[in-house]
Design a protein around this ligand. Structure first.
Ligand code: NAP
Length: 299
């Protein structure tokens, strides 16, 4: 087995992590495999060209690799694992970092171990572009200790939760109910506050009562990033619903969050640089897109 690390997928998260790994002293050899028999999109191709990183479109490219990091999309995670599993070196560490439910993780763990690899469930607990290599990664699965020791040597910010695959991802899904739900709450309340000319007192309450989560920077990030790249969060919400279903808990807020994210990610990108201007832009865009609630008549 070589000491190489192979990324499955080369989206926003993989590109940031690969660059950060390669910038370290004594980095592992890093390459990319796009294993599902499809040509990369123009966005992925542009990232590959900018990174000048070796890329292979055949699943056999993982042969001999020591670590395989899967960062595709929630819906592609299982197929990506299945395509490379027959080519894994015995004992290779397959680390799944996709935002998926514990049940999906356990299916993938079975695929990986039957191919002779060791499986690590890794939940990414913050935006990768903001935190880079220091993004918190919660690990579970029988090989999580082994990856924790290796990852620390290469600057990763890992923490082991348990030896059960799926635990880390279920924590992430329950956290997503809160974090993605917050985005929906912000969109719903702030657009209404803007239209009722009450934005200042509402954002004032947010800043006072919600600490860093209510800060202008965080509000801007949540709204802008959802409009820009919210589509993949729809898959994440479907996976969160799966985790809630396993617990027998109704996914009421997840369903509402999904509706807001679907509406936001269909809008043109927000350009504004302040919260009031962003909310005004959002309100106008929702109007143009025909996203309306029922207006009550004045008493
Ligand atoms: N970005 C973050 O900060 C962050 C944080 C937490 C968790 N995550 C998780 O990490 C994973 C990657 O996120 P990302 O933000 O990097 O996503 P992204 O920018 O959308 O990139 C996804 C990558 O997967 C590839 N891909 C998509 N569908 C595929 C398919 N059916 N078959 C093969 N490859 C496919 C894409 O290729 P094409 O461009 O060719 O479609 C692209 O290279 C997701 O599961 C996400 O939930 C990301």
């Amino acid at each position: 087995m070589t000491r190489g690390w192979v990324f499955l997928g080369f989206g926003e998260a993989a590109a940031v992590l690969a660059a950060a790994l390669r910038a370290r002293r004594l980095p592992p050899p890093v390459s990319v495999c796009l294993p599902l028999g499809r040509a990369p999109s123009s966005a992925t191709q542009a990232r590959l060209t900018a990174a000048r990183i070796p890329c292979d479109l055949t699943p056999a490219a993982v042969r001999g690799a020591h670590v395989i990091l899967s960062l595709v999309t929630p819906t592609a995670a299982k197929d990506a694992a299945a395509s490379v599993a027959p080519h894994l070196a015995p004992g290779a560490l397959f680390v799944d970092l996709n935002s998926i439910a514990g049940d999906t993780v356990r299916e993938i763990a079975g695929i990986v171990t039957s191919g002779g690899g060791q499986f690590v469930d890794a939940a990414v607990l913050a935006p990768v572009p903001l935190r880079g290599l220091r993004v918190p990664l919660l690990l579970s699965g029988t090989a999580s200790e082994a990856f924790h020791r290796l990852g620390r040597r290469h600057g990763l910010n890992t923490r082991v939760l348990s030896t059960r695959p799926g635990d880390a991802s279920d924590v992430k899904m329950l956290w997503s109910v809160i974090t993605k739900g917050t985005i929906a709450l912000l969109a719903e309340s702030l657009v209404a506050a803007h239209r009722l000319e009450l934005l200042d007192p509402v954002t004032g309450l947010l800043a006072r009562e919600y600490g860093p989560t209510g800060s202008a920077a965080m509000v801007m990030r949540m709204l802008h990033s959802t409009v820009r790249s919210g589509a993949r969060r729809l898959d994440e919400m479907d996976e969160a619903r799966r985790t809630l279903g396993r617990a027998g808990v109704p996914a009421w807020t997840v369903e509402s969050t999904r509706r807001w994210i679907a509406a936001l990610c269909r809008l043109p990108t927000l350009e504004a640089a302040t919260v009031p201007a962003s909310v005004r832009e959002l309100s106008d865009a929702l109007n143009t897109a025909g996203v309306r609630g029922e207006r009550s008549r004045p008493a």
